[in-house]
Design a protein around this ligand. Structure first.
Ligand code: SF4
Length: 419
């Protein structure tokens, strides 16, 4: 039998799900009306990949990213044409924007004048202190925050080493680069700072952030840089960002994938959901399937996920491939379907509330989901347009209704199990 041991099975879960660690204390800063650090939730962000000089295309992409869950969006400002588009983009953006500046501090000044809500500066490539000071002065006057964005791929050169002295580690060079710029900002009385220390190598990135939290109280932007294509990049990002978040480190996150930036946002949210840090939309519990399965579960689970995503409310929905094990193995889910051959059981918190035929799986789940949403959020959801199938009768099997799964002798699938 497939092993589905859960913390609940082991008696480890009591009360509401909670994060593994207390959040590290950090100084709150603001990007427009979004707070990062302090008591704010961990903020999700991404970056456009349009030509910023094309204001219309950039505004459209920002709107899509905001719909997909971005709370802050960064735009590249690589030249004066991009900088010139900033006022129009700022005027129409639904979320605060950060200008990503490399090499040319004048682009930062133009972006600030254009109303940008925040800046990202790379200490590896604006090394002239006077130029940094000019930018900081302008940012201070406009009350905007600056992220010091250290990247392992663009670190300042290593200083001359004494005879026999070993070169510093990559992570200590990253921390030193960040501290160099922090010092300039602090000397000017500027403290609206965020810091990122991104590396492709997860142990390097994790070590750099762990070291930085010993030195400063500024909020941290977490990310694994150039993490890769969606499959491997998602895993790499989840490991790096997740390790730190699990320790209470991190105030805003960005997943960097070689993909449409819209694809980064579900990954960010799934990382936060996995660690019980924030919820957005449905959480789908789905069994991996095994030889006991009697339905085509994978397309069913995908369809259920898409349908509940369209509702948009945080709710945990289980889609399990057999009635014998399904409800018990996903008893923490708000609602669930344990699908047998031609029929299935709908359950709430592991307790079967009704059985339905296969054509009614979706409509019955939606009806139960609507009840949970009504109870939890006070909102009435019209699910009639969503199910695409027959409407399930209110309660079609009184023998099974409201019977705990462990004591349900008539559930479909039991015979199959014995066989
Ligand atoms: Fe578990 Fe799914 Fe196999 Fe049932 S079909 S035992 S729920 S993996």
């Amino acid at each position: 039998m497939t092993d589905h041991s859960t913390p609940a099975d082991a008696g480890l879960t009591t009360g509401e799900p909670k994060p593994l660690s207390e959040r590290r204390d950090s100084r709150p800063v603001h990007v427009g009306d979004v707070q990062v650090g302090g008591d704010a939730p961990v903020v999700v962000q991404t970056m456009t990949n349009t030509d910023t000089a094309d204001a219309s295309a950039t505004i459209e992409q920002i709107a899509r990213l905001a719909d997909a869950g971005a709370e802050i969006v960064r735009v590249a400002v690589p030249d004066k044409h991009a900088a010139a588009a900033v006022p129009e983009i700022v005027a129409k953006t639904p979320v605060p924007l950060i200008a990503d500046i490399h090499f040319d501090h004048r682009l930062a000044l133009t972006s600030i004048a254009g109303g940008i809500h925040g800046l990202r500066l790379n200490p590896g490539n604006i090394r002239d202190e006077e130029k940094v000071r000019e930018v900081v002065k302008a940012a201070k006057e406009r009350g905007i925050s600056i992220r010091i964005g250290v990247n392992e791929g663009s670190l300042p050169p290593i200083r001359a080493l004494a005879d026999g002295e070993l070169p510093p580690s990559k992570e200590s060079r990253m921390v030193d680069a960040g501290l160099w710029e922090i010092r300039i900002l602090e000397e000017m009385g500027f403290e609206d700072i965020k810091i990122s220390l991104k590396a492709f190598d997860v142990p390097t990135m994790v070590a750099a952030y762990r070291e930085m939290v010993k030195r400063v109280e500024y909020p941290l932007h977490l990310g694994v840089t150039e993490a890769g294509t969606p499959g491997a990049g998602t895993v790499r990002s989840a490991v790096g960002i997740g390790l730190l978040l699990a320790e209470g480190i991190g105030d805003t996150i960005r997943v960097s994938l070689a993909a449409d930036p819209e694809e980064e946002l579900p990954v960010c949210w799934d990382i936060l959901k996995s660690l019980n840090i924030r919820m957005r939309g449905p959480t789908i519990v789905a069994c991996p399937t095994c030889g006991r399965i009697e339905v085509d579960l994978i397309p069913l689970a995908n369809k259920i996920e898409e349908t509940f995503k369209s509702i948009g409310k945080p709710i945990t929905v289980a889609v399990m491939g057999c009635v014998v094990n399904g409800p018990g193995e996903s008893r923490d889910a708000d609602i669930g379907l344990a699908a047998g051959k031609g029929r299935g059981a709908i359950f709430r918190k592991g307790v079967v509330v009704r059985t339905v035929s296969e054509s009614e799986f979706m409509s019955a789940l939606l009806q139960e989901g609507a009840k949970v949403i009504k109870e939890r959020y006070g909102e009435t959801i019209d699910v009639s347009a969503l199910d695409g199938g027959e409407t399930a009768p209110a309660n079609d099997d009184p023998l099974i209704a409201l019977t705990p799964v462990e004591a349900s002798p008539k559930l479909p699938g039991r015979a199959a199990r014995r066989g």
